[in-house]
Design a protein around this ligand. Structure first.
Ligand code: ADP
Ligand code: MG
Length: 163
Protein backbone atom coordinates (compact mmCIF):
# COMPACT_ATOMS: atom_id res chain seq x y z
CA UNK A 1 0.00 0.00 0.00
CA UNK A 2 1.67 3.21 1.05
CA UNK A 3 4.35 1.95 3.36
CA UNK A 4 3.26 4.27 6.16
CA UNK A 5 3.41 2.74 9.60
CA UNK A 6 0.36 2.62 11.85
CA UNK A 7 -0.72 4.81 13.63
CA UNK A 8 -1.28 7.38 10.90
CA UNK A 9 -2.01 10.94 11.93
CA UNK A 10 -3.53 13.67 9.79
CA UNK A 11 -4.85 17.12 10.56
CA UNK A 12 -7.67 18.72 8.61
CA UNK A 13 -8.52 22.36 9.07
CA UNK A 14 -12.10 23.46 8.41
CA UNK A 15 -12.57 27.21 8.03
CA UNK A 16 -16.33 26.78 7.65
CA UNK A 17 -19.15 24.34 8.17
CA UNK A 18 -18.95 23.62 4.46
CA UNK A 19 -15.37 22.37 4.89
CA UNK A 20 -16.60 20.06 7.66
CA UNK A 21 -19.26 18.78 5.28
CA UNK A 22 -16.58 18.05 2.64
CA UNK A 23 -14.49 16.14 5.17
CA UNK A 24 -17.46 14.11 6.40
CA UNK A 25 -18.66 13.26 2.91
CA UNK A 26 -15.18 12.08 1.94
CA UNK A 27 -15.04 9.89 5.05
CA UNK A 28 -18.48 8.46 4.28
CA UNK A 29 -17.48 7.74 0.68
CA UNK A 30 -14.28 5.99 1.83
CA UNK A 31 -15.84 4.09 4.75
CA UNK A 32 -15.49 0.32 4.92
CA UNK A 33 -17.57 -2.25 6.71
CA UNK A 34 -16.33 -2.63 10.29
CA UNK A 35 -14.99 0.92 10.56
CA UNK A 36 -15.30 2.42 14.04
CA UNK A 37 -15.13 6.22 14.28
CA UNK A 38 -14.46 7.65 17.75
CA UNK A 39 -15.51 11.31 17.96
CA UNK A 40 -14.10 13.51 20.67
CA UNK A 41 -14.67 17.22 21.27
CA UNK A 42 -16.62 19.64 23.43
CA UNK A 43 -20.33 20.34 23.12
CA UNK A 44 -20.87 22.24 19.86
CA UNK A 45 -17.55 21.14 18.37
CA UNK A 46 -19.29 19.59 15.37
CA UNK A 47 -19.42 15.86 16.10
CA UNK A 48 -23.04 15.51 15.02
CA UNK A 49 -22.49 17.82 12.03
CA UNK A 50 -19.64 15.57 10.89
CA UNK A 51 -21.71 12.36 11.33
CA UNK A 52 -24.48 13.92 9.21
CA UNK A 53 -21.95 14.47 6.41
CA UNK A 54 -20.47 10.97 6.85
CA UNK A 55 -23.99 9.55 6.44
CA UNK A 56 -24.52 11.65 3.30
CA UNK A 57 -21.21 10.48 1.89
CA UNK A 58 -22.18 6.88 2.59
CA UNK A 59 -25.36 7.31 0.60
CA UNK A 60 -27.90 7.74 3.40
CA UNK A 61 -30.97 9.47 1.95
CA UNK A 62 -34.06 10.92 3.61
CA UNK A 63 -33.07 10.04 7.13
CA UNK A 64 -32.55 12.73 9.74
CA UNK A 65 -29.17 12.62 11.46
CA UNK A 66 -29.28 14.25 14.87
CA UNK A 67 -27.64 13.42 18.16
CA UNK A 68 -29.42 10.26 19.27
CA UNK A 69 -29.92 11.76 22.71
CA UNK A 70 -32.91 9.73 23.83
CA UNK A 71 -32.29 6.43 22.10
CA UNK A 72 -28.47 6.45 22.47
CA UNK A 73 -28.08 4.67 19.15
CA UNK A 74 -29.64 5.37 15.76
CA UNK A 75 -29.31 3.31 12.64
CA UNK A 76 -29.16 4.74 9.11
CA UNK A 77 -29.14 2.84 5.85
CA UNK A 78 -26.91 3.83 2.99
CA UNK A 79 -24.28 1.92 1.01
CA UNK A 80 -23.49 0.48 4.47
CA UNK A 81 -25.45 0.51 7.69
CA UNK A 82 -24.36 3.32 10.02
CA UNK A 83 -24.78 3.04 13.77
CA UNK A 84 -24.67 6.44 15.45
CA UNK A 85 -24.09 6.55 19.22
CA UNK A 86 -24.12 9.50 21.57
CA UNK A 87 -22.77 8.41 24.92
CA UNK A 88 -23.18 11.84 26.56
CA UNK A 89 -26.09 10.74 28.75
CA UNK A 90 -24.85 7.24 29.34
CA UNK A 91 -24.75 6.51 33.05
CA UNK A 92 -22.19 3.74 32.93
CA UNK A 93 -20.11 1.59 30.65
CA UNK A 94 -22.45 -1.31 31.53
CA UNK A 95 -25.33 0.61 30.00
CA UNK A 96 -23.35 0.88 26.76
CA UNK A 97 -22.67 -2.87 26.80
CA UNK A 98 -26.34 -3.65 27.57
CA UNK A 99 -27.25 -1.65 24.49
CA UNK A 100 -25.46 -4.32 22.49
CA UNK A 101 -22.39 -2.17 21.87
CA UNK A 102 -20.13 -5.13 21.23
CA UNK A 103 -22.50 -6.55 18.61
CA UNK A 104 -22.67 -3.19 16.87
CA UNK A 105 -18.89 -2.81 17.01
CA UNK A 106 -18.43 -6.22 15.44
CA UNK A 107 -21.19 -5.74 12.85
CA UNK A 108 -20.96 -5.17 9.12
CA UNK A 109 -21.35 -1.45 9.23
CA UNK A 110 -19.84 1.82 10.37
CA UNK A 111 -20.06 2.85 14.02
CA UNK A 112 -19.87 6.59 14.77
CA UNK A 113 -19.53 7.27 18.49
CA UNK A 114 -19.87 10.75 19.98
CA UNK A 115 -18.06 11.30 23.32
CA UNK A 116 -16.06 8.17 22.55
CA UNK A 117 -13.59 8.70 25.39
CA UNK A 118 -16.37 7.70 27.79
CA UNK A 119 -16.43 4.21 26.33
CA UNK A 120 -12.78 3.90 25.31
CA UNK A 121 -12.40 0.72 27.37
CA UNK A 122 -14.71 -1.29 25.12
CA UNK A 123 -13.63 0.06 21.75
CA UNK A 124 -11.56 -2.18 19.49
CA UNK A 125 -7.92 -1.24 18.82
CA UNK A 126 -8.55 -0.40 15.16
CA UNK A 127 -10.38 2.91 15.50
CA UNK A 128 -10.45 6.10 13.46
CA UNK A 129 -10.17 8.70 16.18
CA UNK A 130 -11.33 12.22 15.30
CA UNK A 131 -10.66 14.90 17.85
CA UNK A 132 -12.32 18.21 17.06
CA UNK A 133 -10.92 21.45 18.45
CA UNK A 134 -12.90 24.67 18.26
CA UNK A 135 -10.50 27.29 16.92
CA UNK A 136 -12.96 30.08 16.15
CA UNK A 137 -16.67 30.57 15.56
CA UNK A 138 -16.63 28.56 12.33
CA UNK A 139 -13.06 27.25 12.51
CA UNK A 140 -12.43 23.68 13.54
CA UNK A 141 -9.28 21.59 13.64
CA UNK A 142 -9.79 17.87 13.13
CA UNK A 143 -6.99 15.74 14.57
CA UNK A 144 -7.43 12.36 12.92
CA UNK A 145 -5.62 9.18 13.94
CA UNK A 146 -5.91 5.73 12.39
CA UNK A 147 -4.89 2.97 14.75
CA UNK A 148 -5.21 -0.15 12.65
CA UNK A 149 -5.51 -1.51 9.11
CA UNK A 150 -9.19 -0.71 8.44
CA UNK A 151 -9.03 2.83 9.80
CA UNK A 152 -5.70 3.45 8.04
CA UNK A 153 -6.94 2.35 4.63
CA UNK A 154 -10.04 4.53 5.03
CA UNK A 155 -7.85 7.48 6.10
CA UNK A 156 -5.54 7.04 3.06
CA UNK A 157 -8.58 7.07 0.80
CA UNK A 158 -10.32 10.19 2.11
CA UNK A 159 -7.05 12.06 2.60
CA UNK A 160 -6.21 11.46 -1.07
CA UNK A 161 -9.71 12.54 -2.12
CA UNK A 162 -9.37 15.79 -0.18
CA UNK A 163 -5.78 16.64 -1.14
N1 ADP B 1 -16.68 24.32 10.76
C1 ADP B 1 -17.74 23.85 11.45
N2 ADP B 1 -17.93 22.52 11.54
C2 ADP B 1 -18.96 22.02 12.26
N3 ADP B 1 -19.87 22.76 12.90
C3 ADP B 1 -19.74 24.11 12.83
C4 ADP B 1 -18.67 24.70 12.10
N4 ADP B 1 -18.79 26.04 12.21
C5 ADP B 1 -19.86 26.27 12.96
N5 ADP B 1 -20.45 25.13 13.35
C6 ADP B 1 -21.62 25.03 14.22
O1 ADP B 1 -21.24 24.34 15.40
C7 ADP B 1 -22.31 23.55 15.86
C8 ADP B 1 -21.88 22.09 15.95
O2 ADP B 1 -22.94 21.40 16.56
P1 ADP B 1 -22.94 19.83 16.72
O3 ADP B 1 -22.49 19.18 15.47
O4 ADP B 1 -24.30 19.46 17.23
O5 ADP B 1 -21.84 19.63 17.87
P2 ADP B 1 -21.58 18.40 18.83
O6 ADP B 1 -22.29 17.20 18.27
O7 ADP B 1 -20.07 18.24 18.82
O8 ADP B 1 -22.08 18.80 20.18
C9 ADP B 1 -23.47 23.74 14.91
O9 ADP B 1 -24.32 24.73 15.43
C10 ADP B 1 -22.78 24.23 13.64
O10 ADP B 1 -23.62 25.06 12.88
MG1 MG C 1 -23.69 15.85 19.11
Amino acid sequence: MTGEAIPVVWTFHAASEDDTRRLGEAIGAAALSGLVIALVGQLGAGKTRLVRAIADGAGVRDQIVNSPTYVLVQEYHGRLPIYHFDTYRLRSLDEFIELGAEEYLGADGVCCIEWADRVADVLPPDVLRIEIAVVGRDDRRFGITANGPTSASVLFKFRTALS
